[in-house]
Write a protein that binds this ligand. Structure first.
Ligand SMILES: Nc1ncnc2c1ncn2[C@@H]1O[C@H](COP(=O)(O)OP(=O)(O)OP(=O)(O)O)[C@@H](O)[C@H]1O
Length: 233
């Protein structure tokens, strides 16, 4: 895998002529068509768009969870289409953090164990992973609830654990789908601050899909997905 220097303000994410259509239904649906996108290390970009415009489809392609019909996605210099499923899994673990609309936390594990999991999968020692997980949980205001399981937490608390889990691996690219949807204003503001800090400290690129005008306005750029392409808002 090519080495990637985050400090140089290099493009962290590149999409070229990215297209995705669905052919399975009664008629072909062209969701993305020749979409172009370049996001630099340390840059935070909001993606807005009406329901059905293809925001989730785009996030799934950027994270390598789905394959484009045509075109290129490059993350930290790596073309995703050249990786097989196993290599893609490990690339995702190394480089990409996801915050989904629904948190996808593991019910039988504590908040701390959930956050430590990506590090343990990566081969880090449990004790080290636990320390790092605890630090991230503290940064999202969840330190006091670190030993609780997801079922014992509120929606907003689970969301914060999911955010900590996405950031614990020091990802190159963070993909977020309505990350502050369940949060009150004060907690949402704290998460925004954390995103700022992580983008700056770690030179990570953020793509934030949201309907929240305040959250979108807080990012460096706002792009609107419409007609299969991204437009400056
Ligand atoms: N597996 C599929 N087969 C056929 N069509 C699909 C499939 N998945 C998504 N679509 C269609 O692709 C379009 C984009 O869907 P997508 O979920 O990406 O939109 P979205 O912008 O995230 O919407 P929302 O804001 O409502 O979540 C929709 O018209 C949807 O019906």
């Amino acid at each position: 895998m090519p080495a990637f220097d985050r400090s140089q303000g290099e493009p962290m994410l590149i999409c070229e002529k990215l297209s995705r259509s669905y052919d399975e239904g009664p008629q072909k649906v062209q969701v993305l068509e020749n979409l172009e996108l370049c996001v630099r290390a340390g840059e935070r970009v909001a993606v807005v768009g009406s329901s059905g415009s293809g925001k989730t489809t785009l996030l799934n392609l950027l994270g390598g969870l789905d394959h484009p019909s045509q075109g290129v996605v490059k993350v930290a210099g790596q073309r995703l289409s050249t990786l097989n499923e196993a290599a893609l899994g490990s690339f995702r673990n190394q480089h990409i953090g996801f915050v989904y609309q629904f948190h996808h936390l593991l019910a039988e594990f504590s908040a701390e164990e959930n956050v430590a999991m990506p590090l343990i999968i990566r081969g880090q020692k449990r004790a080290e992973a636990a320390i790092k997980a605890r630090k991230l949980l503290e940064r999202v205001g969840m330190g006091p609830r670190a030993n609780h399981k997801p079922g014992e937490l509120s929606g907003g608390e689970r969301q914060r654990v999911a955010i900590a889990r996405a950031l614990v691996t020091d990802p190159s690219l963070v993909l977020m789908d309505e990350p502050t949807g369940n949060l009150d204003q004060t907690t949402a503001a704290r998460i925004l601050e954390l995103m700022d800090d992580i983008a700056r400290e770690a030179q990570a690129a953020f793509i934030v899909v949201t309907h929240d005008v305040g959250l979108a306005a807080h990012q460096h750029r706002v792009l609107r997905l419409d007609g299969g392409k991204l437009h400056e808002d």
